[in-house]
Write a new protein. Structure first.
Length: 215
């Protein structure tokens, strides 16, 4: 998996900097260069362990998952007004909000292009995850509806913002590795639950800040 993660990182860097205009490439590759945990690519590779981990498209799928994640960070930081990300200035702090939104859009489009090269299953999972991310962010922005249980609303937001991409990561890894369909489905559900737990842990860390971050 360590070797596969290195290969996935090469796919990620090449894809994030793939814009013809070097000024655009600098913007779209900014957070890819800054690093990060690369948890979602690791989940893709873990899912692939349930089939053939060296199958065609596995490391490309890992890059897709991280591209979608980075795109969501571009948009998140605009919404949150974050000044930094991964120890470097956020994209919107350096290039402005409009450029950050468009940069995130470009990364989502690049992920969709890579998914199209892998086939319909990858396209479906990528599109589904991207849609759920947007809905999760919109629900967080809107807050609970009239009479809606705030705890239920929180879990729906967590499912969209975080769990969607965790589920996609494990699922697409298994599918690209030709794991049995029931196994891929079970892994996607596992990713869903891990993602919700991850979001809860992340929010608890924010609440323990002094002063607490506005969630």
């Amino acid at each position: 998996m360590r070797e596969s993660l290195i290969r996935a990182e090469k796919w990620l860097q090449a894809s994030a900097h793939d814009a013809l205009d070097p000024r655009v490439a600098a913007l779209t590759g900014h957070l890819a260069d800054a690093g990060g945990k690369r948890l979602r690519p690791l989940l893709v590779l873990l899912g692939a362990e349930f089939g053939d981990p060296w199958a065609h498209g596995v490391t490309q799928a890992a890059a897709i998952a991280e591209l979608v994640h980075i795109a969501s960070l571009y948009h998140d930081d605009v919404m949150d007004g974050a000044a930094t990300r991964h120890g470097v200035p956020s994209v919107h702090a350096r290039w402005g909000e409009r450029a950050a939104v468009l940069g995130g859009d470009w990364l989502l489009a690049r992920a969709a292009q890579l998914a199209a090269e892998l086939g319909s299953a990858a396209v479906h999972l990528n599109a589904q995850a991207a849609g759920r991310l947007v809905v999760g962010q919109l629900r967080e922005l809107a807050g609970p509806g009239p009479g809606e249980d705030p705890v239920t609303h929180y879990f729906q937001v967590a499912a969209g913002k975080t769990a969607a991409l965790f589920a996609m990561s494990l699922g697409i890894g298994a599918i690209q590795a030709a794991a049995p369909a029931p196994v891929a489905a079970a892994l996607a559900e596992c990713g869903e639950q891990i993602g919700i737990a991850f979001q809860i842990a992340d929010d608890l860390l924010d609440l323990n800040l002094d002063p607490p971050r506005d969630l």
